[in-house]
Design a protein around this ligand. Structure first.
Ligand SMILES: [Zn+2]
Length: 509
C-alpha cells in the first residue's frame, strides 16, 4: 500500500555526515560487544544470501496473492514451509478476519467518440461492477480539488462515466482529499454513475502505459466500479473534455465480493532470545500483494528480506539476547489489517515488545532507518547506522511511516521502524503489471537483507534494552506533533482512547 501516502513524503536528509566519533554517549557495535556476531551475519547476508531464491519462488511458484484469495493461502503455506525449513522456532500462522473478500474479473473500456479505440483500464480493488455486458455513457469530469462543490450536484453524474481531474488549487490537504474521495465514490454510486476513472486517492497512473490498482481507503469497498486508466489514455480523455467535447465510452467491469468476512493469517517464526526470550523485536514485511503481476517489489522485497535476514542470522550461529520474531503480514494492502490484528492479538505482550523493523518501499537500496516517532532513540541508533558506512550510508530520523505495517506499532508507542529505500522505479512497478521479478536486482536485495539482519540482531542483542512502549498520553502527543492525527481521524483510525486523552488535555490549553 505504502505509496498511497508516498507522494507527500519528503525525506529530509541531515546535512552533517554521521561520523562515528561524533556520537559519544550511545554505544555502537564497536563498543557494545555485538560486533563479532554482526560480522558473521554480514558475511552470510552478503556472500551467501538465499533471498533472491526466495523471491523467485514467491514470484514464480506462488505469484500474485490478494488477501483472502486461494493464492494468498498458498503464500501463507509457502511462508510457513520456508520458515520451518530454515530452522526458525515456534513457526505458526496467526489467523485474523478480513471484513470482505474480493475477486477481480474483467475490465474492458472502449472510446466510442470522437474516435474509436480501446482504452486500457484495470479495476481498483474492492470496487464493484457495471451491468453484465457493459454499458455506454458520456464522460463527465469531476474536480478532485473541489469535491465539496462537486458533491452539491450529484445528479449530473447519473448514467455517466466520471473522470477525475485536478483543476486549480486543492482546497484541502492531500490526506483529507483522499478520505473525501471515498465519500464521493459512495454518493457517485448512489447517484447512478456507471464508473469512475481514478486511481488511489483519485490519483493518475505513472505512465509507460501502466495501470495501478489498489484500495481506496482502509477496509473500504465501493459498489461503483472504479478503474485505473493508463496515463496516456486518461490524458487523451482530459484533452477532449478540456476542448469542450463530450467523449462517449463503453465500460464493462466485472468483479465479485464475498458474501461475508474471509480468513487470512500472518506467518510467524522466531529466533528465541538467549537471555530475555520474553522480550520481542518484530521483523517483517507483507506477504500479500496485488494481482496485476507477481508482487515482487510490493512486497516480495519485504518478504524475501525478512526470510533472508532470518536465514542469515540462523546460519551465522549467533543467538541474540532477546527474541527476534519474523512476521509476514497479510492484509497490508487492504488497510494494514494484518499488523493491526497482530498488535491487537498480542496486546498483553506489547509491554515486552522492543518495536518493529519493516521494509516496504520498493526495490531500491535502504537509505534511512525511520524510527516511527521515537525521537528519543535517534541518538541511540546513530552509532549503529554509522557502523554500516562501509556497506552503505544509511540515515536515521524519527519520521513515522503511516503507509505500511510500521503504523500500528507506532500507534502502540513503539518504534515502528521503517527501512526507507531509494526506489525511483517504484512509481512504475507499484501495484502495476510491471511488479515482477525483472524489477529486482539481486545485489540490491542481498544488501537490503544484510542491513535488515544486522539491524534486527543489533537491536535484539545489545546489552541495554532498545525501547519500551511510550504511554498512550505520550504517544498521542507524538502523533499530533508529527501531524499523523489528521490522517488517522480522516480514515476513522483514531482510537477512542486517544480521543479521550485529547479531550482531557483540552481544558488546560
Ligand atoms: Zn506494500
Amino acid at each position: 500500500m505504502r505509496r498511497i501516502f508516498g507522494c507527500v513524503v519528503l525525506i529530509v536528509m541531515a546535512a552533517a555526515p554521521a561520523v562515528r566519533a561524533e556520537v559519544k554517549a550511545a554505544k555502537g557495535p564497536d563498543e557494545d560487544g555485538t560486533k563479532a556476531a554482526l560480522v558473521k551475519i554480514a558475511g552470510e547476508g552478503m556472500l551467501d544470501s538465499h533471498a533472491f531464491q526466495y523471491l523467485t519462488e514467491l514470484s514464480d511458484d506462488v505469484g500474485s496473492r490478494v488477501t483472502g484469495s486461494p493464492q494468498a493461502q498458498k503464500a501463507v503455506e509457502w511462508g510457513l514451509a520456508k520458515m520451518r525449513a530454515m530452522g526458525l522456532e515456534n513457526v505458526h500462522a496467526e489467523k485474523w478476519q478480513l471484513w470482505r473478500g474480493w475477486t477481480r474479473g474483467t475490465a474492458q473500456a472502449e472510446l466510442l467518440t470522437p474516435i474509436r479505440r480501446p482504452l486500457h483500464v484495470d479495476a481498483m480493488g474492492w470496487t464493484g461492477s457495471t451491468p453484465a455486458g457493459g454499458v455506454n455513457g458520456d464522460v463527465v469530469a469531476v474536480n478532485m480539488f473541489d469535491l465539496d462543490g462537486e458533491m452539491k450536484n450529484m445528479s449530473r453524474f447519473s448514467g455517466k462515466v466520471v473522470l477525475v481531474v485536478t483543476r486549480g488549487e486543492p482546497n484541502k490537504s492531500f490526506i483529507q482529499l483522499f478520505a473525501q474521495f471515498g465519500d464521493f465514490l459512495r454518493v457517485a454510486g448512489k447517484a447512478g454513475a456507471i464508473a469512475v476513472i481514478g486511481g488511489q486517492g483519485g490519483g493518475k497512473a505513472s505512465g509507460m502505459n501502466l495501470t495501478h490498482t489498489g484500495i481506496l481507503g482502509f477496509d473500504a469497498d465501493f459498489a461503483v466500479p472504479v478503474v485505473s486508466m493508463t496515463a496516456e489514455d486518461q490524458g487523451q480523455l482530459e484533452r477532449y473534455v478540456e476542448r469542450g467535447l463530450v467523449p462517449r465510452v463503453h465500460f464493462n467491469v466485472q468483479n465479485t465480493f464475498s458474501s461475508g468476512p474471509v480468513e487470512s493469517a500472518n506467518v510467524v517464526g522466531e529466533i528465541r532470545g538467549r537471555e530475555n526470550p520474553e522480550q520481542v523485536l518484530v521483523v517483517g514485511g507483507h506477504l500479500d500483494s496485488w494481482d496485476l503481476s507477481e508482487g515482487s517489489t510490493d512486497n516480495g522485497m519485504g518478504t524475501s528480506c525478512t526470510l533472508g535476514a532470518a536465514d542469515a542470522i540462523l546460519r551465522s550461529g549467533m543467538k541474540p539476547r532477546r527474541t527476534i520474531r519474523f512476521v509476514l503480514f497479510t492484509g497490508e494492502e487492504q488497510g494494514l489489517d494484518g499488523s493491526f490484528a497482530y498488535v491487537k492479538q498480542h496486546q498483553a505482550e506489547m509491554a515486552n515488545h522492543l518495536g518493529s523493523l519493516i521494509l516496504d518501499n520498493g526495490q531500491g537500496p535502504v537509505r534511512a532507518f525511520q524510527l516511527g516517532g521515537r525521537d528519543d532513540l535517534v541518538e541511540t541508533f546513530k552509532p549503529f547506522a554509522s557502523a554500516l558506512a562501509d556497506i552503505r550510508e544509511v540515515k536515521v530520523d524519527d519520521k513515522i511511516e503511516d503507509g505500511t505495517d510500521t503504523l500500528p506499532f507506532s500507534m502502540a508507542g513503539l518504534p515502528g521502524i521503517n527501512m526507507d529505500q531509494d526506489s525511483p522505479e517504484y512509481k512504475y512497478t507499484h501495484h502495476s503489471a510491471a511488479d515482477a521479478l525483472e524489477a529486482v536486482k539481486p545485489d540490491v536485495l542481498a544488501q537490503d537483507v544484510t542491513l535488515m539482519a544486522l539491524a534486527a540482531f543489533w537491536i535484539a542483542d545489545r546489552p541495554e534494552r532498545f525501547a519500551t512502549p511510550w504511554s498512550a498520553e505520550k504517544t498521542v502527543k507524538m502523533l499530533v506533533g508529527q501531524h499523523e492525527d489528521a490522517m488517522l481521524k480522516a480514515f476513522g483510525l483514531w482510537p477512542k482512547a486517544f480521543a479521550d486523552i485529547e479531550k482531557k488535555e483540552e481544558p488546560s490549553n
